[in-house]
Ligand binder design. Sequence first.
Ligand code: ATP
Length: 549
Amino acid sequence: MIVVAATSAAYPKLIELSIDMLSRADPKTLTLLPASIILITFIRGIASYGQSVMNQSVTLRVIAELQKAMFARLMNSDIAMMQSLSSGSLISRFTNDVNLMRDALSRTLTTMCREFLTAVALLGMMFYMDWMLTLIVIVIFPFAGRPIIRIGRRLRRASANVQTGMGSLTATLSQSFGGIRLIKSYGLEDAESKRTDWLFDEVYRLIMKTVKGRARTQPILEILGGIAIALVLTYGGYRIITGAGTLGEFVGFISAVIMILQPVRSLGNLNASLQEGLAALNRTFDLLDTKPKITEKPKAQELQNVSGHLQLSDITFSYDVNKPSLKNLSIDIPAGKKIALVGPSGAGKSTVFNLILRFYDPEKGEIKIDGKDIRDLKLASLRDNIAFVGQDITLFNASVEANIGFGDPKAGSNEIKSAAMDATAHEFIQLLPNGYKTLLGEKGAKLSGGERQRIAIARAFLKNAPILLFDEATSSLDSQSEKQVHQALIKLTKNRTTIVIAHRLTTVTNADMIYVIDEGKIIEKGTHADLISREGLYSRLTNIQFNLE
Ligand code: ATP
């Protein structure tokens, strides 16, 4: 950047020399001057290349580090926070916000260093050539400062709005594409298009605001440039006419003024990009600075050689203030036993899982594994000892092998195969076009419900954790698939402390204990036979289901 600036400053001097030499008809004009011009442009060219590459490399490195930090922060943040932000708006932070930061950073580096240095070097040259004229020129520039700063402030706000708009747009798009089956089946294509059209227009409106703001700086700088040149023409012209200066000096100086206008304009415009970048940076640092609520204690212990005695004592918890989802709930599961949670929708069953996995901490009460409070354990070691199979099976667009392999990243092909066999999944996997190497499509779209379930069960087999949390799928499977899933489950739950959230009561009859939850409280507990004979909620729910089936 220093070399680029220095060579730029040499141009006006060269112009001055050449005009003066030409007016003297000096023969060196034909040799020395062209050679020096080629040399200077050559040096400037190489220096420009170097500074561009180095500048971009610093910028991109910084951006990549920010993206990594942001991603790691999000991966380690609380589930509650992740759920409050839509995935689309999160993605937008990695794309739109990052673009603005990249632009601001690379412009700042170039402008602050190269353009600033060039302006200083040219200014030095101008002083050297004619200090009086230089003073006349530079007094007018501070007038541009105030409006440019004011415009910048407004731009920062406008730009923050654009980023929020972009976030909503990305979120809407990802929802629309993700929900395409629903949209088509309900004939919502036009309604969706209207909704997104509105957003596209809104983003257009917001961006136009920043464009206008940015465009406002341009004329201010343009007019000042014009005034500067006019002043030089008048004063410089007067000196030539009166014989006080040479034509070369005059043209050289005018060139310097014209040349300095470009870096000065960049410096003036810099504020605009800088404010937009700062708005994006604010959002990024807000995210990086959020502290997760679920944290490990400094002396958190490893959970080792777990036998699986799981106790929930007097748990009260609410997601939102004033609306407890669990109230004074206590459950004690001896190691290796299987219990079932049943109850109406919204009763709080999944919340029990969320607390055992420490996605949230209870407000009151404690959860212990083998007598150790889970808040005293290392988070990874707690979750290592729990296999969770949810209602919605998460499958990634990767091979079957990789999808099962999530259960234990260290497992080899043979272990994966044996887990699939235990989960009665091996047979159908073999029939897939590329067997275990078959890609599953986004969210496992290429598999049936029962097959997805068995992949998830295979994952749990592979994880081989002493505690199993199983949230039964609500969508019913055909009887063949259901039998296969059931078989796999019996094997999986053997000798593991298991909690099953049962939506179809036929599957819980063999549980060691059934807890009936309603409105966050346990209202009945006992074996299947006990509860049927008691004729309470459980027996009513069973009757309803049998009648439905
Ligand atoms: P289902 O059988 O329908 O899955 P459930 O018994 O598992 O229901 P929970 O998911 O535990 O019920 O929900 C218990 C209560 O907590 C419900 O009133 C629900 O609206 C509320 N709830 C669940 N998750 C959240 C959340 N992330 N934020 C706020 N409230 C929540």
